[in-house]
Ligand binder design. Structure first.
Ligand SMILES: *Cc1c(COP(=O)(O)O)cnc(C)c1O
Length: 373
């Protein structure tokens, strides 16, 4: 229809300060995980979230691997988590030899339906792993209560929630362990990167050990257990520090992007969108998503946008429908209709921090011009 420049699904926003700090790495020769920016980034980020400890790692999925192992979750244990999520948390649980136990989604928040958690708790349950999805946090009060009542760990995947709050309290501050990602589509980026957060010194120590090949304090190169090389580099931390200086601006801009889309798209026929506000949180619009009435409509709209040079992403695919897990014999005959609806019918439009208002308006015009043939 229109002949405009391609609009990718995500463009990060990088500035002069990033160049300055990256140049400092090059000028000083500190480019590995031994450089000074890592500890600084850990302390600034944990201060921002309100936690005692931050442990920087190579990405958000790595953060989840470390977190599961640090809590000694393994064979015979169950971890309750949403059916609708990115695979990372489920992959960490399965890799540790434990079993993910899935929970249905709530179609008003697109997050896990917390009223469905309690019936999934068994004597094997070790933790509830919440994943805050797209713009809103999970309804945390009932989850915190359940974890206390049943003496379970609370793990919080806050990869999409930098700066988001639940009833005024920062996301990432609820979990026994919480994790963040700094992938380029998150509110602040280090290219690839992640961070683990906790308040317990022993857990923090364990996470530091696991990210670093489980080196022992005694004789170097003698190991008592298996870890990973999940270290973050000084180059990544340089980006992270520069980005963190502007985090509040980034979040404000993300909200502006979301509200601009919302003003054009909240009444599009055949599509639902997330509300801008729930009783416990404002939408921070990690992405701007559209949920079609049918899978056909979703696919046709994404194809139409692509033919107009506009990038889109389908929503996550449900854990119980992942071929890799089905082939392992997991989640046999389980159904989660709300989660399946999100996975089949949802997609999101270009929502990165680098997008301009003109580009947002172009995306909206193209969407409005769509006619199902
Ligand atoms: C991005 C993301 C991850 C994975 O982070 P990576 O840094 O890409 O490994 C995990 N969980 C959620 C909810 C995410 O959005």
């Amino acid at each position: 229809m229109m002949n405009q420049k391609p609009i990718p699904v995500n463009t990060p926003l990088l500035g002069e300060r990033e160049k300055e700090l990256l140049n400092e790495c090059i000028d000083t020769g500190w480019i590995s995980s031994e450089g000074p920016f890592i500890a600084k980034f850990e302390s600034e980020m944990s201060k921002y979230v309100g936690r005692n400890y931050g442990i920087a790692v190579s990405n958000g999925s790595a953060a989840l691997d470390v977190c599961i192992k640090a809590l000694e979750i393994g064979v015979g244990d169950e971890v309750i988590m949403p059916a609708f999520t990115i695979i990372s948390p489920a992959q960490s649980v399965v890799s540790a030899g434990a079993t993910p136990v899935l929970v249905e989604s709530d179609l008003s928040s697109w997050n896990m339906d917390v009223s469905a958690i309690e019936s999934k708790i068994t004597s094997k349950t070790k933790a509830v792993l919440v994943v805050h999805i797209y713009g809103f946090p999970v309804d945390m009060d009932p989850v915190v209560d359940l974890c206390k009542k049943y003496n379970l760990y609370l793990i919080e995947d806050a990869a999409e929630m930098h700066g988001q709050t639940y009833k005024g309290k920062k996301c990432g501050s609820f979990g026994t362990i919480s994790t963040f990602s700094f992938y380029p589509n998150k509110h602040i980026t280090t290219g690839e990167g992640g961070m683990i957060m906790c308040d317990d010194e022993k857990i923090a120590e364990r996470c530091r050990k696991l990210r670093n090949l489980a080196f022992e304090p005694g004789r170097r190169f003698v190991h008592n257990e298996i870890g990973w090389n999940y270290r973050m580099t000084n180059l990544q931390a340089a980006l992270g520090l520069a980005q963190l200086e502007r985090i509040d601006q980034h979040i404000a801009r993300k909200k502006e992007i979301g509200l601009r889309y919302h003003s054009h798209l909240s009444n599009i026929k055949g599509f639902e969108v997330q509300p801008t506000q729930l009783e416990y949180a404002e939408n921070i619009f990690w992405i701007y998503g559209l949920l079609a009435e049918t899978q056909e409509l979703n696919e046709a709209m994404q194809k139409y946008l692509s033919s107009n040079q506009i990038g889109t992403r389908p929503f996550f695919w449900c854990m119980h429908e992942q071929p890799v897990f089905q082939n392992m014999g997991l989640f046999k005959n389980e159904r989660y209709p709300n989660a399946e609806k999100l996975a089949r019918n949802g997609f999101y439009v270009p929502s990165g921090l680098g997008i301009t208002n003109d580009e947002i308006d172009t995306v909206c015009e193209v969407i409005v011009s769509f006619k199902l043939s």
